[in-house]
Design a binder for this molecule. Structure first.
Ligand code: ADP
Ligand code: UDP
Length: 240
């Protein structure tokens, strides 16, 4: 697969065309950002760690019957994926309260959310990714009713698979964000699943292992991502 011109460069990844129009290359960079891009840093090894973390999780999800865009790892920082028409929405499931839901509703961090809650956010940096409801999605035609119900179904299915996977490694999956896109008529999980887009706590001590370490200046950001990976059995050895 030949890498061609850059199609898009986001806050953490760059997307490249390939010589096959059905596929793209995702390049995971070391760039890290938070607070709508206001806090930015380059973290050594982060791109490589997230690329391999994402590959491992996407393969687990595919094996559990979730359609995913991930095809294969190409090298330490790049993966081959199916080209999708991304829907402009972020799907967030929360098992435990943390982050914006605490600020929004005055809830204490760490409160158990049973049943897990679901939120849609509009993917729009200039607007600060506002939370939207299903009526907004319908009226503004951001997604069809069928796409909305499929995104919810798949996002909750991911929760069942990953809650168990992390718990088996002694960790709690607090919350996570997913993005979906269309390949023809099929709705497919795109983007990435890594500690940049979810919250993972130690099940005993509730120590934070995810991007909150960066947001809150707790240090050892990439080391914590690797620790999570090692507990799941992910290899971060160089593949070139
Ligand atoms: P952002 O755009 O939020 O700054 P990234 O730096 O992670 O995020 O950039 C990756 C971009 O690639 C995102 O906008 C994401 O929606 C898009 N993307 C992810 N997977 C695919 C795919 N399979 N096909 C097309 N676009 C994708
Ligand atoms: N998230 C993300 N990208 C975003 C917004 C949120 O990956 O643009 C993830 C975030 O890492 C967390 C979950 O979605 O795991 C819920 O985020 P929240 O709404 O609490 O926002 P935050 O306070 O993290 O900005």
């Amino acid at each position: 697969m030949e890498k061609q011109a850059e199609l898009y460069s986001g806050k953490a990844k760059s997307v490249y065309n390939t010589d096959d129009e059905k596929y793209l290359i995702l390049h995971f960079r070391n760039d890290t950002s938070a607070f709508d891009g206001k806090k930015r840093e380059k973290l050594d090894r982060k791109g490589m760690v997230n690329n391999k973390f994402n590959a491992f999780i996407m393969e687990k999800l595919q094996a559990a019957g979730v359609p995913v865009h991930f095809e294969r790892l190409l090298n330490d920082n790049e993966s081959l994926v199916k080209r999708l028409d991304m829907l402009p929405l972020e799907c967030v499931v929360r098992n435990i309260a943390a982050g914006s839901i605490c600020r929004r509703y005055g809830i204490e961090e760490g409160k158990d959310l049973t049943p897990a809650t679901f939120e849609f956010f509009l993917k729009d940096d200039a607007l600060g990714d506002p939370m939207v409801n299903e009526y907004h999605i319908r009226s503004f035609h951001w997604a069809s009713d069928e796409q909305v119900s499929k995104m919810k179904e798949l996002t909750f299915k991911v929760n069942e698979v990953l809650k168990k996977l992390f718990l088996d490694g002694g960790m709690l999956l607090v919350d996570y964000k997913l993005e979906f896109g269309m390949s023809g008529d099929e709705l497919i999980l795109g983007d990435e699943f890594s500690p940049d887009g979810c919250r993972i706590w130690d099940a005993e001590t509730r120590e934070k292992f995810d991007k909150d370490r960066f947001r809150q200046g707790l240090g050892n950001v990439v080391e914590s991502y690797e620790r999570v990976g090692e507990r799941l059995g992910i290899s971060f050895a160089s593949i070139g």
